[in-house]
Every structure is written in structure tokens, then in C-alpha cells.
Design a protein around this ligand. Structure first.
Ligand code: SF4
Ligand code: SF4
Length: 124
């Protein structure tokens, strides 16, 4: 009984182990691979990211356009690695942003960027 009271009392004095997400930001560890951002102004449309992507989420038309299908991505980071370490373009970044809830799979965006400028996001 004493152990139980001690446990309850010490728990009351401790900080919360949980957070009031989404009212409070969540902490994610270093190296976390979240939402992918592509910087069209840095991209040279070489196609290396498409070749290493294991799920076919990226499509590059050499020297024309770059597109990314979020619902196919498994956030492995291979595209970011090849773009920054081999191509040295730093055009892909996997951020710490993880909140990507969509009611339907079909509403997950497919992002298209064109070399000539401009871009569009299909879906939400
Ligand atoms: S590897 Fe980088 S520079 Fe090459 S197409 Fe992909 S995002 Fe663009
Ligand atoms: S993180 Fe992996 S699965 Fe997603 S686009 Fe890049 S290479 Fe493809």
C-alpha cells in the first residue's frame, strides 16, 4: 500500500510524459525523415533521384520536369542522399514535418515542377 501511495505521489510531482499535440509542437529526433521538399531552382533535372527511388515515387523527364507522388514515398531518404552527396545539387530535403494526414489516399498530392519555371500540386 505504501508503495502505491509513493508511486501516485511521485507521479503527481513529475512532468507530463505526453504533450498537448497539436497545440504544442512535437519533438522529433535528429535524422528524422519526414515530408519531402524539392527545390526546383537547385534541380538540374538529371534523373538520379528517380533511378535510386525504390518505389517509383519520383519521375524526372530529363531537362524538362520533376514530379513526386507522395502516396508512393516510404521516406527512405535515398533521393536526398544521391542528390546531395553524388550530384551535389541539394535539391531534395526530407524535413521534420510529419503531419501529412489525408482522408483518402487519392487526395495525397502529386507535386510537379517544371524546369522552365512554375509547378503544381495535384490533390490536396
Ligand atoms: S537528383 Fe537532384 S538534381 Fe537530379 S533530378 Fe533529382 S532532385 Fe534534381
Ligand atoms: S524518400 Fe525514398 S521512397 Fe521517397 S521519393 Fe525519396 S527515394 Fe523515393
Amino acid at each position: 500500500m505504501f508503495k502505491l501511495f509513493r508511486h501516485v505521489f511521485t507521479s503527481m510531482l513529475r512532468k507530463y510524459a505526453t504533450r498537448l499535440y497539436p497545440y504544442e509542437g512535437a519533438r522529433v529526433p535528429d535524422g528524422f525523415r519526414g515530408k519531402l521538399y524539392h527545390l526546383p531552382e537547385k534541380c538540374i533535372y538529371c534523373g538520379a533521384c528517380q533511378r535510386v527511388c525504390p518505389t517509383g515515387a519520383i519521375k524526372v523527364e530529363p531537362n524538362k520536369s520533376w514530379s513526386y507522388d507522395m502516396k508512393k514515398c516510404i521516406y527512405c531518404g535515398a533521393c536526398q542522399e544521391v542528390c546531395s552527396e553524388v550530384i551535389k545539387a541539394n535539391a531534395i530535403h526530407l524535413t521534420k514535418h510529419f503531419s501529412m494526414v489525408h482522408p483518402r489516399l487519392t487526395e495525397m498530392p502529386r507535386v510537379v515542377h517544371f524546369k522552365a519555371g512554375g509547378g503544381k500540386a495535384e490533390g490536396k
